[in-house]
Design a protein around this ligand. Structure first.
Ligand SMILES: NC(=O)c1ccc[n+]([C@@H]2O[C@H](COP(=O)([O-])OP(=O)(O)OC[C@H]3O[C@@H](n4cnc5c(N)ncnc54)[C@H](O)[C@@H]3O)[C@@H](O)[C@H]2O)c1
Length: 271
């Protein structure tokens, strides 16, 4: 169902790899709501992914950009404004990667050049994206910037590994840059803290199946899906949330405020 919430709005969507990606679902929903956008991903991901299909479906152009490269980001911002015919109203940062996670290195046995690469891709890239937008004065007033995060930034989830630290850093950047973006450009910056979701990045986390099943049983509304996240993001891009900023917003079926649920207790009660 479409509400035309993003009619006339323009933006950039990072991170659509395949049809499971949260960014992919968001692009589809933004398109349905009347928004126009440029799709971007790392050049290597484009070769593996199916982003052309999404571009065709949503009438979008694709500009490759490694989100760790300032040069790529400056080019992306400039070209996006040319293609879309003006300044931007929304940006989605939907990027995450840890080599330690991918290669099965324990949190207590990190290879630090991998850690650094993961931090650059997963967190500092958000600063780089915003700095590129800010310096180019590329955002319209009352625009909205959203990045995706996970609750391991606040609580311990051992197998989330160094991504927990990257997400804490990401959320802090949202607040710190959000101050300047709000004060100087009237742009809001928020993070959405999403339930475990079966995507390429999500399934890379050790024990993901157990993890997602546990979260489902703990959450009174069940896990938020990628489509739920896309819908929430649409509201944050719309004019209905104009003064929501510097927030970390949970889209998790209630998980983050739970202690224990009946469904989980049932596993531990012997009759
Ligand atoms: N899946 C989950 O359980 C879950 C839960 C909470 C938050 N998140 C977050 O949601 C976001 C999107 O992940 P997803 O679950 O849709 O997985 P995904 O694997 O579909 O998306 C991750 C994206 O990051 C991109 N990327 C990696 N390195 C990059 C680089 N150098 N430059 C540009 N792009 C790069 C990948 O190409 C990919 O498109 C991530 O920030 C992730 O941490 C995911």
């Amino acid at each position: 169902m479409s509400y035309n919430l993003l009619k006339g709005k323009r933006g950039i969507i990072f991170g659509a790899l395949d049809a499971n990606s949260i960014a992919w679902k968001t692009a589809e929903r933004v398109h349905e709501e009347g928004g126009q956008f440029v799709l971007t991903n790392a050049p290597i991901a484009m070769r593996m992914g199916q982003i052309n299909e999404l571009a065709e479906k949503t009438g979008s152009q694709i500009i490759p950009a490694d989100a760790t490269s300032e040069e790529d980001l400056q080019n992306l911002v400039e070209k996006s404004m040319e293609i879309l015919g003006g300044k931007l109203d929304f940006v989605l940062h939907s990027i995450g990667m840890s080599i330690n996670v991918r290669k099965g290195r324990a949190y207590t046995d990190q290879k630090y050049d991998w850690t650094q690469k993961g931090t650059d891709v997963s967190a500092m890239s958000f600063h780089k994206v915003m700095q590129s937008l800010y310096k180019a004065d590329a955002m319209n007033e009352w625009g909205s910037i959203v990045a995706l995060t996970y609750m391991a930034a606040q609580r311990v989830f051992p197998d989330y590994n160094d991504m927990a630290d990257n997400k804490a850093y990401l959320e802090s950047i949202a607040r710190s840059f959000g101050y300047f973006f709000g004060r100087d450009k009237k742009v809001r910056v928020n993070t959405i803290s999403q339930s475990p979701t079966p995507t390429t990045a999500g399934q890379g986390v050790k024990g993901f199946d157990g993890f997602i099943a546990y979260a489902e049983k703990m959450s009174p509304l069940g896990n938020a899906t990628a489509i739920d996240c896309a819908n929430y993001t649409v509201t944050l891009f719309s004019d209905l949330t104009k003064r929501v900023t510097l927030q970390n917003l949970y889209n998790d079926g209630g998980f983050s405020n739970m202690g224990v649920s009946d469904a989980v207790m049932d596993h531990f009660i012997s009759e």
